[in-house]
Design a protein around this ligand. Structure first.
Ligand code: MSP
Length: 509
């Protein structure tokens, strides 16, 4: 596949609490996609950050008894530290309180206002302060916010609106014809369903008297920007919109915005219309992942049912946590967090399937007296299934990567490793080692096993980069060599193998 450009972003996280497993999952997913594309040779850029304005953050600061800025500065440190601890390496980290972002938001607001795309109008409606959004009477049969179930307030005020209705038909065509790819399919249908109802203009201001922690509107300082209008612009402020045209042209449009399914409408409807109004290209794809659940409910700060990823990393290791999160979440369905499943995955996939094969292979190569990966002799029927799986891996892996399906990417490696474990049982290299007559066969078997480990590692590298580094050292492959996804037994012939302690030691029951 020809190398190309890959810009990947995550949602920017609210800082009204420390990051939980859902945030870690999303940022990790983007990190894995970025690493996979980098390995493919693509010019890759990975952006994440924090969404610091608005009522949620303002309230959290009030509760903590500090100014919003002090509060945000403290919380952002927790996000950055966690990403570092999990081996997440973004190329840029944007905070919406940074001048480089605020300047872009104000310039965009001024531009859209000057061109008549933003207008002022009176409004009366039902307002949820926690979610910072208005609802209509028909949304609220029982006086409570449909999202957070808190009581709503009746509010009457003048506000500013962004014109969206005139772009509805255009957006439907962009999505239907795949120029804006909403993935997976169910989410695309959801957006198209939403767009069958008339699209209303978006209220983009909040009176400062009510929400003071925000970016003032350049044309009316008694209002601040609605937090979503501000936040979405991070995707263009970070790559340098309005300040660095060269860098901006290199990084925009994004190839994919990675987001959770709960924030699909802002990304698949408001954001494309905002970009259209600015005359900018749309992102190529919006990928909406599912949720981590705890006790059948969405893990969330407001409900307090969260799992702390830092504690999990401490207990299981960051590499095992990366593996578990990327392996467990399928495309299109929610998943329960469970320590018991985590332990099971660790044992079956990491300790047994991968770890055991590595131990057996390095031990046999060292013990059989060569200490280096032998040349492969002629293949027999025994090697058939392994060669088939090895040869098919690249296409299968690339297809999974293009679907943003880390479970599928991992399955390519794990299936190959399971096949190799069966191959070991079938060929019994320890028996071959006993007879000089089968020395040739033994060499072939060991050489095939080394190639399986090399190829499976290459496929796993975006998910468990540290582990793969250790495997490569054991197999005598330099840090940068032989990372491609092509199947070629014998290519490691001569590499000096080292046997060591298990990378994922078995845990006592
Ligand atoms: N600040 C907004 C996004 C603005 S993007 C321009 C926001 N922040 S958030 O902190 O509430 O959520 C950030 C991301 O984490 C969202 O994509 C959300 O879907 C994701 N997750 C939050 N809880 C989650 C789970 N329980 N499981 C998986 N991801 C979820 O929304």
């Amino acid at each position: 596949m020809a190398a190309s450009r890959f810009t990947v972003t995550t949602a920017i996280h609210y800082v009204n609490g420390p990051p939980h497993l859902g945030h870690a999952y999303e940022t990790l997913l983007a990190d894995v996609l970025a690493r996979a594309h980098r390995l493919r040779g693509d010019d890759t850029w990975f952006l994440t950050g924090t969404d610091e304005h608005g009522q949620k953050n303002q309230r959290a600061a009030e509760k903590a008894g500090v100014t919003p800025q002090v509060y945000c500065d403290g919380m952002v440190g927790k996000f950055r530290d966690l990403w570092r601890g999990l081996g997440i390496e973004p190329d840029d980290f944007i905070r919406t309180t940074e001048p480089r972002h605020q300047g872009v938001v104000r310039a965009v607001l001024a531009d859209l206002h000057a061109r008549g795309k933003i207008y002022s109008a009176p409004y009366e409606g039902l307002y949820c302060t926690a979610d910072e959004r208005f609802w209509t009477e028909k949304d609220i049969p029982d006086g409570r916010c449909p999202e957070c179930r808190r009581p709503v307030e009746r509010i009457s005020e003048r506000n500013y609106y962004f014109r969206m209705s005139q772009d509805q038909a255009w957006l439907v065509v962009e999505i239907s014809e795949g120029r804006l790819r909403i993935s997976p399919e169910t989410r695309r249908n959801e957006v198209l369903g939403f767009l069958r109802k008339p699209l209303e203009d978006l209220c983009i201001s909040r009176p400062r008297a009510r929400v003071s922690w925000g970016i003032p509107l350049p044309f009316d300082e008694s209002y601040v920007s609605y937090v979503w209008f501000d936040a979405l612009l991070n995707y263009i402020s970070a790559p340098g919109y309005g300040s660095d045209p060269k860098r901006f042209a290199e990084r925009w449009p994004a190839q994919v915005h990675v987001i959770g399914k709960d924030i699909l409408t802002p990304h698949a409807v408001y954001w494309p219309v905002m970009l259209h109004a600015l005359g900018l290209a749309l992102p190529e794809a919006v990928f909406a992942h599912n949720w981590w659940l705890l006790d059948d409910a969405k893990m969330s700060k407001s409900s307090g049912n969260v799992v702390d990823p830092a504690a999990l990393a401490l207990r299981h290791g960051a590499e095992a946590l990366r593996y578990y999160l990327m392996r467990e979440m399928p495309v299109g369905t929610d998943v329960q967090f469970s320590e018991a499943f985590f332990d099971k995955r660790y044992e079956t996939d990491l300790a047994d399937n991968l770890g055991n094969l590595l131990q057996r292979t390095t031990q046999m190569i060292v013990k059989s007296g060569h200490g280096t990966v032998p040349e492969a002799g002629p293949a027999s029927a025994d090697e058939g299934p392994l060669s088939e799986a090895g040869t098919a891996l690249r296409a299968r892996y690339d297809a999974a990567l293009d679907r943003f399906d880390t479970q599928g990417m991992i399955a390519c490696a794990m299936d190959l490793l399971s096949g190799a474990n069966r191959y070991v049982e079938r060929t019994t290299p320890w028996t071959l080692a006993k007879s000089p007559a089968s020395a040739g066969r033994l060499k072939t078997v060991l050489s095939y096993l080394a190639e399986v480990l090399r190829l499976a590692s290459a496929a796993l590298e975006p998910v468990v980069p540290g582990t793969v580094q250790s495997i490569r050292e054991r197999l005598g492959i330099g840090p940068d060599g032989a990372r491609d996804l092509g199947w070629k037994p014998g290519r490691l012939a001569g590499a000096v193998v080292r046997h060591g302690t298990p990378l994922f030691p078995k845990r006592s029951p």
